[in-house]
Design a protein around this ligand. Structure first.
Ligand SMILES: [Zn+2]
Ligand SMILES: [Zn+2]
Length: 140
């Protein structure tokens, strides 16, 4: 099952109707650019559904977040990015071009490095590494 089909199932299981709007947003999230902002999703969905509103985009993103299928990424520059990947991973962000890439992460190892308080059960990890990508001009 593709990630898209998986999410359609998830919506149905939770009693959401598969409207053309929800379907189009899922398509953009699973097949469009990685880590889009809400505005980027809006621009892409509008090509197929010109009447869609930004509010509908935000509502659907919120539903997916509630279903724990979508992660919001706050990279500290005031715009939220969205990540539909089901796998645990960290991000590397280029300080010059802003490119965001997924990097594999062993969160069990992170857990052993960072001592949580006793009785605390970690559920989610958000790790972002900032730096300069290979295309950035090197040297100071
Ligand atoms: Zn870069
Ligand atoms: Zn990601």
């Amino acid at each position: 099952m593709s990630r898209f089909e998986e999410l359609v199932q998830k919506f149905k299981q939770h009693g959401y109707k598969m409207t053309p709007q929800r379907r189009a947003i899922l398509e953009v999230l699973t097949e469009g650019i990685h880590h889009p902002t809400a505005e980027q999703i809006y621009e892409q969905v509008k090509e197929h559904l010109p009447d869609i509103s930004l509010a509908t985009i935000y509502n659907t993103l919120h539903e997916l977040t509630e279903l724990q299928e979508l992660r919001e990424l706050d990279l500290g520059h005031g715009v939220r990015h969205y990540d539909i990947s089901p796998e645990d991973h960290a991000h590397q962000v280029c300080l010059i071009c802003g490119r965001i890439e997924d990097i594999p992460a062993d969160f069990e190892a992170v857990k052993s490095l960072l001592q949580c308080s006793e009785g605390f059960h970690p559920m989610r990890y958000a790790v972002t590494i900032y730096g300069y990508c290979a295309d950035a001009p090197s040297g100071e």
